[in-house]
Design a protein around this ligand. Structure first.
Ligand SMILES: NC(=O)c1ccc[n+]([C@@H]2O[C@H](COP(=O)([O-])OP(=O)(O)OC[C@H]3O[C@@H](n4cnc5c(N)ncnc54)[C@H](O)[C@@H]3O)[C@@H](O)[C@H]2O)c1
Length: 263
C-alpha cells in the first residue's frame, strides 16, 4: 500500500479553524502527518478542527495566533518545533474578503486592514518558516525537501475585480512573494508555491453571499460547471504540492478553480 502523501511530516496551517484551512489540516492528518499545528484567531473553530482530526485518529494541536503580528507568528513557528520537533509543510492560508467599495473614496483603513491580513501575514509567516526550514535536514530520501510552503492566493491574484482593490492587490502580492521566496530558497531544498482558489463554498463565501440568492447565483455563474468548489478540493492541491510527489514544482501559481479563469 502506498504511504500517505504527508507520511511523517509536520504541517502547520493558518486559518485552519474554517473553510479551506480546516479541510487542509484534516487532509494532512489523514495522509499520515506526524502532527498538524492548527492556527487561527478563532479559538472555537480551531479547537473543532483539532477535535475532528483526533476523532479520525490523527495528531494535531491548536494555537491561537494573529498572523498579522510578528511576535505571534514567530511564536507559532516555535510552537510547531517545540511540539513536533520540526516544520515540514506550511500552508499560509488565513485571509479575509474585506469590504468592497468604489476606488474613488475607498477607505485607507480598510485597505490597510486587508493588506495586513492577506499579504503582510504571508510575508511574516514565510520569514519565520523559512528561518526554521533552512536549519533542518530534508525528510523523505532522494526527493525529500527541507521544507515546503504553499500560500493561498486567489483567482483575484491574476485577474482584477472591480470594487475590491485591496483584495486583488493583496492576492497579486502573494504571488510575488511566492515567486521571490521560491527563487531565493530553491538551492536550500525548499519549495514555495501558491494555490489560487476559485469560488469555494466556505464560511467566508457564505458571509459574502449573506441571504441574497442573486449573489449566490452570480458566484456559481463564475464557474464553468455552475457550482462552487468544495474546501476539500483545494486541500487536495495543497497536500500534493507539499508532498515529495511534487518535487519539481516550485514558484508555481496553481489555479484550482474548475476552469473559471481559463474562460
Ligand atoms: N472561499 C473562496 O471562494 C476563496 C476564493 C479565493 C481565495 N480564497 C482564500 O482562501 C483563504 C481561506 O478562505 P476561506 O474561504 O476558507 O475563509 P474562512 O473565513 O472560512 O477561513 C479563514 C480563516 O482565517 C482566519 N483568520 C482571519 N484572519 C486571521 C488572522 N489575522 N490570524 C489568524 N487567523 C485569521 C479566520 O478566523 C478563519 O477561520 C483566504 O486567504 C481567502 O482569501 C477563498
Amino acid at each position: 500500500m502506498a504511504a500517505g502523501l504527508a507520511e511523517g511530516k509536520v504541517a502547520l496551517v493558518t486559518g485552519a479553524g474554517s473553510g479551506i484551512g480546516r479541510a487542509t489540516a484534516e487532509l494532512f492528518a489523514a495522509e499520515g502527518a506526524a502532527g498538524v499545528v492548527v492556527v487561527d484567531l478563532n479559538e472555537t473553530g480551531g479547537k473543532e478542527t483539532v477535535a475532528n482530526i483526533e476523532a479520525a485518529g490523527g495528531r494535531a494541536v491548536f494555537l491561537r495566533a494573529d498572523v498579522t503580528s510578528e511576535p505571534e507568528v514567530a511564536a507559532m513557528v516555535k510552537h510547531a518545533v517545540d511540539t513536533y520537533g520540526r516544520l515540514d509543510c506550511a500552508h499560509n492560508n488565513a485571509g479575509t474578503s474585506g469590504v468592497g467599495g468604489a476606488f474613488i473614496g475607498f477607505s485607507l483603513e480598510e485597505w490597510n486592514r486587508v493588506i495586513a491580513v492577506n499579504l503582510t501575514s504571508v510575508f511574516l509567516c514565510m520569514k519565520h518558516e523559512l528561518a526554521q526550514m533552512t536549519t533542518q535536514e530534508p525528510l523523505g530520501g532522494a526527493h525529500g525537501a527541507r521544507g515546503v510552503i504553499v500560500n493561498t492566493s486567489s483567482g483575484a491574484g491574476v485577474i482584477g475585480f472591480p470594487t475590491l482593490p485591496h483584495y486583488v492587490a493583496s492576492k497579486h502580492g502573494v504571488l510575488g512573494l511566492t515567486k521571490t521566496a521560491a527563487l531565493e530558497y530553491a538551492a536550500s531544498g525548499i519549495r514555495v508555491n501558491a494555490i489560487l482558489p476559485g469560488s469555494t463554498d466556505t464560511p467566508m463565501m457564505r458571509g459574502y453571499i449573506g441571504d441574497n440568492p442573486a449573489i449566490e447565483a452570480a458566484m456559481k455563474a463564475t464557474v464553468p460547471t455552475g457550482e462552487m468548489g468544495r474546501p476539500e478540493q483545494l486541500a487536495e492541491a495543497v497536500v500534493w504540492l507539499c508532498s515529495d510527489r511534487a518535487s519539481w514544482v516550485n514558484g508555481e501559481s496553481m489555479l484550482v478553480d474548475g476552469g473559471t479563469v481559463s474562460r
